[in-house]
Ligand binder design. Structure first.
Ligand code: ADP
Ligand code: MG
Ligand code: MG
Length: 234
């Protein structure tokens, strides 16, 4: 269980998150939606230990978590706008670097498996500086899965992916969820939200303003209406 308790985050004069609390259970897939500037990315960075909260605490399986702890980075996989990849290195070299850092068991085997899974097997020995955005994102996905995190925080992971890569990503997410991994997904694309997630939270102005289980049969319209109503409420 990953818990955020009464988290407030102030940057400069601005309160980005205000007394924010959330408990994430294993095996759940939760979408986080909300207008631009709502605090979604800040929430993920705090939960992944990339940023320090102004007040409140973050607990991983009951234990207080320090910013930048290696354990946290291993257990909480974060895929954000930064790729954390090295341009001069090949996919194999990039993944080997992270595999060693996180002390991944059967590393070579897992790297081969992941590069196949994301469709980069034939490019494994080419420095990634020549990669397209989509290829970079495929490798970033492999990187985040390599440490076998218990929580996967995916901030707009579908952005810039072609249709094939979107299906592939959604399949990888589902596989992890079935193994008990908790998925948190930020997306502007409501279609991905209802395809991938079982539950959704609406974040607005640094607070969760509404939440519900997703009805996969209902389609997009009721979802959009519910969202619009929630974000337009005071
Ligand atoms: P979202 O991901 O929902 O679009 P963010 O978490 O990125 O929202 O940002 C929430 C608010 O915090 C925005 O108003 C943004 O401008 C502000 N913000 C985020 N990071 C910083 C920063 N490093 N310095 C100043 N303001 C920031
Ligand atoms: Mg934004
Ligand atoms: Mg964001």
């Amino acid at each position: 269980m990953l818990e955020l308790k009464n988290i407030t985050k102030v940057i400069g004069e601005k309160i980005i998150l205000r007394n924010f609390s959330l408990a994430l259970e294993q095996g759940k897939s939760v979408a986080v939606v909300g207008p631009n500037g709502a605090g979604k990315s800040t929430f993920f960075k705090l939960a992944a230990g990339l940023m320090q909260q102004t007040s409140g605490e973050i607990l991983l399986n009951g234990e207080q978590i320090k910013k930048k702890s290696l354990l946290l980075k291993k257990k909480v996989g974060y895929l954000g706008h930064e790729s954390f990849l090295y341009n001069a290195l090949t996919p194999i070299e990039n993944l080997t670097f992270y595999g060693k850092l996180y002390k991944v068991k059967n590393m070579e085997e897992k790297i081969t498996e992941l590069l196949r899974a994301v469709g980069l097997h034939y490019f494994k020995d080419i420095p990634i500086r020549s990669f397209s955005r989509g290829m970079m994102q495929r490798l970033a996905i492999a990187r985040v899965l390599l440490a076998e995190p218990e929580f996967l925080l995916l901030d707009e992971p579908h952005t810039g992916l072609d249709q094939e890569a979107v299906s592939l990503l959604n399949q990888l997410i589902k596989e992890r969820q079935n193994k008990g991994v908790a998925i948190l997904l930020i997306s502007h694309d409501f279609e991905q939200v209802i395809n991938v997630c079982d539950q959704v939270l609406i974040l607005n102005k640094g607070k969760v303003v509404d939440e519900k289980d997703i009805d996969h049969q209902a389609g997009l319209m009721p979802f959009k209406k519910w969202y619009e109503a929630a974000v337009s409420r005071k």
